[in-house]
Design a protein around this ligand. Structure first.
Ligand code: NDP
Length: 473
């Protein structure tokens, strides 16, 4: 067992109370985590406030801030094996995915925003012969970053990196189910020489405790949150009293539309990755698969064969493709959807629960649009496949969801690709691919999937106050 304390004002701070973090592969506790109260949150906010109001961070030159953040990225790379091991132990992610994706991307988040903020330009607006306006983008203040358990370090750094790069100070509240790598991040920030209080980590629970302590604190200026849509609703209500600036990345039920004129090999390949990566615990998962009727009978058996060939196993084994679900509560939730689907009359072609907290890659057909398995976010390795006849049908079915985070479409017809991409109501549309991200692109969702966009200049908009300076010449 290791201890995961808070990291506040450049120091490890033990919790008054602790709770166990459970390794989902062994179902045994592997770490003791500080259970932050709202008082602990207040302590972290005070440290961040002091670092913002009186410290060097918001006043530092973009170059100096960038070198600090690059140093932190270097340390993430230097400690990549340890971080990947923690991620895998904490939430069951196959270690190959943690090594190849999560940890390098976390370092890249810091490098990208370190450089991006250095190269940002302000505007100059000539108003009249007698007046001139220019803009300044100033740090906002103290940011609360509240992150989920599915990509613990990658999604936390996706928030922390732009917040810090644009000169804010941060209190990070990782998900209570997988706080290991975020706690290490707080320690690495000290090692990288970030001034005390610039990055604080408070561990613990959301409702009524550390998380809510942040969203209700009058000293917190902005909240960047990734998690469930229902949690977003609560955070918005809590933050309303103090009128905080909010950015929400929430749930999804990604539509994946396969047209008959696609490259079927590629479509099968990407569709498998889109739903089964990270055991489907991905907001962007392609969990609703729509296949044009002309290729339905060819696509489905190929997809099922690929799903059945995936290797379930110990997440620490580099050959494992599907680890256990991240925690018991989540395993129960996903299992309950298998029963719900069965009761609703859906037909399971393959999949179901395995031993421990594993769920096999699962495929349902014979589903109807109103079924819960079609409408609700399962957040597990479970896909529903439905046939469609026309492009209009496909667009209508894909858009028939309260969510709108992302969609995929597969076609070799370039006119159709652009036409359908424009009609899909989703924050990101991938054509003939999945999960390709450039951090300059806007990221966020329509409808219940989000509020606001982050990425590149969209992050600058959120994490800075734009000011107009008007001069009489
Ligand atoms: P949750 O909404 O349960 O939790 C997210 C974070 O919010 C956790 O740190 C949690 O703390 C905290 N929290 C919970 N309640 C409150 C509260 N009242 N006040 C303040 N903080 C609170 O999400 P999950 O961790 O279960 O993550 C899965 C969800 O995240 C899925 O819906 C998924 O789609 C979504 N997601 C969205 C992404 C996107 O980019 N759109 C990306 C990845 C995931 P704790 O759990 O410790 O109590």
């Amino acid at each position: 067992m290791i201890d995961l304390p808070h990291i506040i004002d450049g120091r490890r701070v033990d919790g008054g109370e602790w709770f166990d973090s459970v390794n989902p592969a062994t179902r045994q506790p592997w770490a003791r985590v500080a259970r932050g109260t709202s008082d602990d949150a207040a302590l972290a906010v005070a440290a961040a406030r002091h670092a913002f109001d009186d410290g060097p961070w918001p006043r530092m030159s973009p170059e100096d801030r960038a070198s600090h953040l690059h140093r932190l990225a270097d340390l993430i790379v230097a400690n990549a094996d340890e971080l990947a091991h923690i991620e895998s132990t904490d939430m069951g992610k196959p270690i190959s995915q943690a090594r190849q994706k999560d940890i390098p991307r976390s370092a890249h988040n810091f490098r990208f925003f370190a450089d991006f903020q250095r190269f940002c330009e302000d505007e100059s607006i000539p108003v009249s012969s007698n007046h001139h306006v220019y803009t300044r983008y100033e740090p906002v203040g103290v940011a609360a970053a509240i992150s989920p358990w599915n990509f613990p370090l990658m999604l936390a750094t996706w928030k922390v990196a732009p917040a810090l790069a644009f000169g804010n100070t941060v209190v990070l509240k990782p998900a209570e189910q997988a706080p290991g790598t975020c706690t290490r991040l707080g320690e690495l920030a000290i090692e990288a020489g970030l001034p005390n209080g610039v990055l604080n980590v408070v561990n613990g629970f959301g409702p009524g405790e550390a998380g809510e302590g942040l969203t209700t604190s009058p000293e917190v200026d902005l909240v960047t949150f990734t998690g469930e849509s229902n949690t977003g609703r609560k955070i918005m209500a809590a933050a309303a009293q103090t009128l905080k600036r909010l950015s929400f990345e929430m749930g999804g039920k990604g539509a994946n539309v396969v047209f008959a004129d696609c490259d079927l090999d590629k479509a099968v390949d990407w569709s498998i990755q889109a739903i089964y990566t990270n055991a489907g615990q991905v907001c962007l998962a392609g969990s609703r698969l729509y296949v044009e009727r002309a290729v339905f009978d060819e696509f489905v058996p190929r997809f099922v064969a690929r799903a059945e060939a995936m290797r379930l196993g110990d997440p620490l084994d580099p050959m494992t493709e599907i680890g256990p679900l991240a925690n018991e509560e989540h395993f129960q939730k996903v299992s309950s959807y298998l029963e719900i689907a069965d009761r609703e009359g859906a037909k399971m072609l393959t999949g179901g629960a395995a031993d421990g907290w594993w769920i096999r890659p699962t495929v349902f057909v014979d589903v109807a649009p109103e079924m819960r398995i079609v409408r609700e976010e399962v957040f597990g390795p479970v896909v529903v496949i439905q046939p469609f006849d026309t492009e209009d049908d496909a667009v209508r079915m894909a858009n028939d969801s309260p969510y709108g985070l992302n969609a995929m479409l597969f076609t070799e017809n370039v006119r159709r690709a652009h036409r359908v991409a424009g009609r899909l109501r989703a924050g990101t549309v991938w054509v003939n691919c999945f999960f390709v991200r450039d951090l300059r692109s806007p990221f966020g969702g329509y409808g219940d999937s989000g509020i606001g966009r982050e990425g590149g200049k969209f992050s600058r908009e959120f994490f800075t106050e734009a000011k107009a300076v008007v001069l009489e010449l």
